[in-house]
Design a protein around this ligand. Structure first.
Ligand SMILES: *[C@@H]1O[C@H](CO)[C@@H](O)[C@H](O)[C@H]1NC(C)=O
Ligand SMILES: *[C@@H]1O[C@H](CO)[C@@H](O)[C@H](O)[C@H]1NC(C)=O
Ligand SMILES: *[C@@H]1O[C@H](CO)[C@@H](O)[C@H](O)[C@H]1NC(C)=O
Ligand SMILES: *[C@@H]1O[C@H](CO)[C@@H](O)[C@H](O)[C@H]1NC(C)=O
Length: 308
């Protein structure tokens, strides 16, 4: 009995000294759809010859952790490539990485006299960048946070808005920040996340009146005034104010509701107009427009007076 035990211990000791498997990088993060190579080397006594070499994946089957040969797993068909040899290189390449490839990988080789299983494993995590934005609809000056979720850290995360780099993933929303955002790992910008959209809402801004003269400047003038503005959502309510030359300081409401105002300007009177554009977030007045009647020479004069 004692002899048998001693022999067993001797045998175990011999085995562990006989072969080694070394993984260059035991913890790998890789992008979905790309290829990865597990760099691996192995050694064994010089007088042995390798008969078989294979890679396995650790899998739980019916609650039991097993090492299943990759060649027996249909999901790896045509995607694995043993780039090693039967001497000392046991490297494995996996192409077109899929989410399900995440896991532990083991190497095993057999010589005439013994089989050697790697004690440790290569752990592979397959990731892809996943963009989110908090919140996707905000008002100007609200805080916006962009978050790029990944299952492992391949490199730094970079953000792009409509194709241009974004300096900070956290910012105070401005009108021009509305748009399409994507994230990627730095150096892997060909693998972009699905886009997320940010909608920054704000009350009407840069309101101005565009004046179009319909008729030849003869006695009376037909004029179309358009209340230009930028707003998000678009302005849906307009109010027009008018003051006559005799009392430029007292404005009276002319019309309400429309973006366009048609006027027939009395040739004898100078008038001043303002439009007010409104959306659900607020309202804003335009700069003033002065409609001056025909001068004696018959020229049309129109002056924009910037609002103080
Ligand atoms: C693997 O390649 C073989 C030969 O080209 C092909 O017949 C088979 O359909 C491929 N299998 C998969 C899962 O792509
Ligand atoms: C308003 O006008 C300013 C100056 O022309 C411009 O820089 C800005 O982008 C405009 N704002 C919007 C929301 O168009
Ligand atoms: C436009 O705004 C005015 C003033 O707030 C309001 O009285 C009117 O009902 C609004 N019109 C529409 C169509 O929303
Ligand atoms: C816009 O102009 C109207 C008419 O002059 C005035 O009653 C109102 O207070 C102005 N609104 C703003 C926001 O300046």
């Amino acid at each position: 009995m004692i002899t048998v035990l001693a022999l067993l211990i001797l045998k175990a000791g011999t085995v562990s000294a006989m072969g080694t498997v070394t993984f260059e990088n035991p913890d790998i993060c890789a992008l979905k759809g790309t290829s990865v190579e597990f760099r691996c080397s192995y050694s064994y006594p010089d007088d042995e010859t390798v008969q078989k070499a294979a890679w396995f994946k650790g899998q739980s089957q019916y609650g039991i952790w097993k090492r299943v040969k990759l060649s027996e797993l249909p999901s790896y068909e045509n995607r694995t490539e043993y780039v090693g040899d039967k001497q000392h290189d046991c490297s494995l390449a996996i192409h077109d990485l899929q989410d399900g490839d995440t896991g532990h990988y083991y190497f095993r080789f057999d010589t005439e006299n013994f089989g050697w299983r790697s004690k440790t494993s290569v752990h592979l995590t397959v990731t892809e960048p996943n963009a989110t934005v908090y919140a996707d609809t905000v008002r100007a000056r609200d805080k916006v946070t962009l978050e790029c979720r990944t299952s492992c850290q391949l490199s730094n995360i970079v953000w792009f808005k409509d194709g241009r780099p974004v300096a900070q993933p956290e910012f105070e929303a401005k009108a021009e920040d509305s748009g399409k955002y994507v994230c990627a790992f730095e150096g892997h910008e060909s693998a972009l996340s699905d886009p997320v959209f940010l909608d920054v809402q704000y009350p009407p801004m840069n309101v101005s009146i565009e004046v179009t003269y319909l008729d030849e400047p003869t006695v009376g003038r037909s004029v179309i005034m358009t209340c230009q503005n930028t707003a998000n959502p678009a302005a849906d309510n307009y109010t027009w104010y008018r003051a006559s030359a005799s009392s430029l300081s007292s404005m009276s409401q002319v019309d309400s509701g429309q973006m366009v105002l048609n006027r027939s300007v009395n040739a004898a009177d100078t008038e001043l107009y303002i439009c007010q554009a409104r959306n659900k977030l607020g309202e804003s007045n335009s700069t003033e427009v002065l409609l001056i009647p025909l001068s004696e020479e018959g020229t049309v004069d129109n002056t924009d007076r910037a609002q103080g």
